[in-house]
Design a protein around this ligand. Structure first.
Ligand SMILES: [Zn+2]
Ligand SMILES: [Zn+2]
Length: 334
């Protein structure tokens, strides 16, 4: 018998750390047993907790952004070794559909993502298919490694932005993802980066991390346009601003999660070939790139991880994640 600590949404708005006595489940040949190290709290989980998510509802075990140590291998696993430090991709693809056959596992429908439709990763001991794991250097701190998931989101987003559109980029919103996108733009060779963000501290941080300037909403000249605009908020007002601030032939990327249908100014989009693309999660290669950034130090998490709570204080961690002064709040399991 082992005792497993797990972070549960026990009801709407209620978070608990529960200890469960259990027999460790046997491993299938392709599976790996992990000991969780750090769990990042994501804004999408707060939607689940509040009952606003379309299909994931409490009670459930949450969590999809993790770092972990490998403790046991299934009989057929050769891609990782016991003791490896890993990140687990939370997307559980069917491997059969058209999207999966093209390697675009993020487009598999319906999406089976840990912490949403699939069991959450927020448990001290968990079992994951070996193909979901990405190994990192052991000298990289495990709290930094747990940032690989949001960094992979940012890598995927910029990969969607055509290279010519990276010349002069506007990023709307500078939370965890917006600030990760600023860094991804800097690392992946954007020309000039402008950020719109209401919080002064996050504007300063955006400039520290690579933005050339950051302004409050309403702070840009009416005539100013950009070759690429990334909307990390996806509200009607931000999407309208994104579509009207992109140059002819430029690209808007919807990166935020819209809460409902949105209007877009289609006539000026169509006539002048302003493209609207979207970015949703990531593919495995995005994790490898993100881990490389974290290992090299090119991507800096020091100001982004604002809080680390022990798992026993999971409730306080989720409360802190709601405060605008926090950026990435993590839960430590070891
Ligand atoms: Zn997330
Ligand atoms: Zn599929």
């Amino acid at each position: 018998m082992i005792t497993v600590s797990q972070v549960e949404f026990t009801g709407l708005g209620v978070v608990a750390c529960r200890k469960v006595e259990m027999e460790p489940p046997p491993l299938r040949p392709d599976e790996v047993r992990l000991a969780l190290s750090h769990l990042g709290i994501c804004g999408s989980e707060l939607h689940v907790l509040d009952g606003h998510h379309p299909f994931a509802k409490p009670p459930m075990v949450t969590g999809h952004e993790i770092s972990a140590r490998v403790v046991e291998l299934g009989a057929a696993v050769t891609s990782v070794a016991v003791g490896d430090h890993v990140v687990a991709d939370p997307i559980m693809p069917c491997l059969q559909c058209r999207a999966c056959r093209a390697g675009r596992f993020n487009l598999c429908e319906p999406p089976q993502v840990a912490g949403f439709r699939a069991p959450g990763f927020g448990r001290s001991s968990l079992v994951v298919p070996a193909r979901n794991l990405h190994v990192a250097a052991r000298n990289l701190s495990l709290s930094v490694l747990a940032f690989a998931e949001p960094a992979a989101c940012a890598h995927h987003c910029i990969s969607r932005l055509p290279v010519p559109c990276r010349e002069d980029v506007l990023v709307i919103g500078a939370g965890t993802i917006g600030l990760s996108i600023v860094q991804a733009l800097r690392i992946m060779g954007a020309g000039r980066i402008t950020v719109i963000e209401p919080e002064p501290r996050k504007r300063d941080l955006a400039c520290t991390l690579g933005a050339h300037r950051a302004v409050a909403p309403g702070g840009l000249d009416a005539a100013e346009k950009f070759t690429g605009v990334i909307d990390v908020v996806a509200a009607q007002a931000t999407l309208t601003e994104a579509c009207t601030r992109v140059v002819a032939g430029g690209t808007v990327i919807c990166m935020g999660v819209p809460t409902g249908p949105r209007e877009i100014p289609l006539p000026m989009m169509q006539r002048f070939e302003r493209d609207l693309l979207s970015s949703g999660m990531y593919v495995p290669g995005d994790f490898d790139a993100a881990i490389g950034w974290l290992e090299s130090g090119a991507f800096d998490t020091s100001a982004l991880i604002t809080d680390v709570f022990p798992v026993e204080q999971a409730e306080a961690a989720y409360a802190r994640a709601r405060e605008p002064s926090s950026i990435k709040v993590m839960i430590a399991f070891d």
